[in-house]
Design a protein around this ligand. Structure first.
Ligand code: NDP
Length: 466
């Protein structure tokens, strides 16, 4: 058999097996559609691998990787500014430690559930494997929503959350970081409480402040890395980002630094958003406007609609929850950088992007495209960088922060950026070559899923039945 082709009966055998495991996942994890979706996407890619490698099936690796090694779920009580008791739910999913200690962010958002965090933890396992660094996968968070809360309320919540979480994590065990709703402010409060309870100053969290163990470029890393990945995809068609019209969603950490790196590389970012609506600026978002967004979102913690009050040519389109599409993805452009949240691009949005001339989609957010949208991108030969590859720069730089903490030294901005850039080039190269090796050239979804899986699965085989 040649490297890339499966006979129809081989495809069917591995397909039947995958469907059986998938049915089991759905039955055992009811009401967790995002988790099912993340598993389905990886399993769809693995059918190209399993026929050639019966050892994974015999060792029941698929059945094992979908089962978290450990799940913590706990009560987080805290006092609000009125002295009233509030109660939230906290979680930590320790998904897989085959290649290193658990590593993955904390998300604070009203929509957080066990199923959302399991999908994120599952994705994280393969993403971390792709970075080339020794990190297992985990994820955590709470249904606490920092929006509209005072700094003191956020601090009291973080202290209560860490009072429980601290007994499960550690610099060689599980090292959380930020995600939606968890930025520098929250990491500071969490770190302070950890240190106070454990009486140790260690690299137990990443995304720390520069004065207390943080790494230069960590805040920028996910956005910068995603743009580096897009540039690598374009290189395969002998093209660059210079002059490209770009759509960016979200208004937070990933979105802001995606816009900054697009400007560095001569592209023209035109949009930004939050959960209340979309800004489209036909003149483009330049550095002065980006500085305004950063101040608005990171300091004043305001809403994105204020951008249109300040810059009169910009159009604000409020979110219409009844609409079947997002207007942000229906604007003429060359490239799209979804950087807000999961499933923000549905099939209609994907069709709109393709119709409007978009040829590059690089995912800054985790699983921002539905399975149907992903299928459309692949069928239309879009340069499609799936999240677990395109946004891996954030966790990769967290890995670099851990290395600096262990060695008790700090690298320069240029050194960290250079390492991040090289890692993103290596991730693209791995995905590109793996896609080709398994008979689906250009399909970076298969490249990322198979490439990420192999290292984890082989390590699990080496370590026996644990
Ligand atoms: P932030 O909290 O900094 O920003 C999130 C942005 O997305 C906000 O503008 C927010 O709007 C918007 N958003 C969040 N949830 C929704 C929703 N349900 N509907 C519409 N808009 C929403 O988070 P990050 O920038 O850190 O994270 C963005 C994405 O990138 C997430 O998918 C995250 O998992 C992923 N990611 C982040 C990494 C990191 O290093 N931070 C690393 C890798 C991936 P609003 O303010 O109105 O809620």
């Amino acid at each position: 058999m040649s490297a890339g082709t499966l006979t129809p009966s081989e495809t069917r055998i591995s397909g039947d097996y995958i469907e059986q495991v998938m049915a089991h996942v759905k039955a055992k994890n009811p009401a967790e559609p995002e988790f099912h979706q993340a598993v389905q996407e990886v399993f769809d890619s693995l059918r190209f691998l399993l026929q050639r490698h019966p050892e994974y099936r015999e060792a029941r690796i698929l059945e094992r990787v979908v089962e978290p090694e450990r799940v913590m779920m706990f009560r987080v009580p805290w006092f609000d500014d009125q002295g009233k008791i509030q109660v939230n739910r906290g979680f930590r999913i320790e998904m897989n430690s085959a290649i290193g200690p658990y590593k993955g962010g904390l998300r604070f958002h009203a929509s957080v559930t066990l199923g959302i965090l399991k999908f994120l933890a599952f994705e994280q396992v393969f993403k971390n494997s792709l970075t080339t660094l020794p990190m297992g996968g985990g994820k955590g968070g709470s249904d606490f929503d920092p929006k509209g809360k005072s700094d003191n309320e956020v601090m009291r919540f973080c202290q209560s959350f860490m009072t429980e979480l601290q007994r499960h994590i550690g610099p060689d065990t599980d090292i959380p970081a930020g995600d939606i709703g968890v930025g520098g402010r929250e990491i500071g409060f969490l770190f302070g409480q950890y240190k106070r309870i454990r009486n140790e100053f260690t690299g137990v969290l990443t995304g720390k402040g520069l004065n207390w163990g943080g790494s230069l470029i960590r805040p920028e890393a996910t956005g910068y890395g995603c743009v580096y990945f897009a540039a690598e995809m374009l290189k395969t068609r002998k093209d660059t980002l210079e002059g490209k019209l770009c759509l960016v969603s979200g208004g937070g950490n990933v979105s802001q630094y995606t816009i900054e790196k697009l400007l560095d590389l001569g592209a023209k970012p035109m949009t930004v958003s939050d959960s209340n609506g979309v800004i489209c600026d036909p003149d483009g978002i330049d550095r002065e406007k980006l500085a305004y967004i950063m101040e608005l979102k990171n300091v004043r913690r305001g809403r994105i609609r204020e951008y249109a009050d300040k810059f009169k040519k910009a159009l604000f389109m409020p979110t219409d929850i009844k609409s079947d599409h997002n207007p942000l993805w229906n604007i003429k452009a060359d490239c799209a950088f979804p950087s807000a949240t999961q499933n923000e691009i549905n099939a209609k949005d994907a069709a709109n992007l393709i119709k409007n001339g978009v040829t590059v989609v690089a995912e800054g957010a985790n699983m921002p495209s539905t399975l149907e949208a992903t299928k459309l991108f692949l069928e239309n030969h879009i340069l499609y960088g799936p999240a677990k590859a395109a946004n891996a720069g954030g966790v990769a730089t967290s890995g670099l922060e851990m290395s600096q903490n262990s060695a008790r030294l700090s690298w320069t901005r240029a050194e960290v950026d250079d390492r991040l850039h090289k890692i993103m080039i290596a991730i693209h190269d791995n995905c590109f070559r793996t896609a080709e090796k398994y008979g689906t050239p250009g399909n970076l979804v298969n490249g990322a899923n198979i490439g990420g899986f192999l290292k984890v699965a082989d390590s699990m085989l080496d370590q026996g039945l644990v």
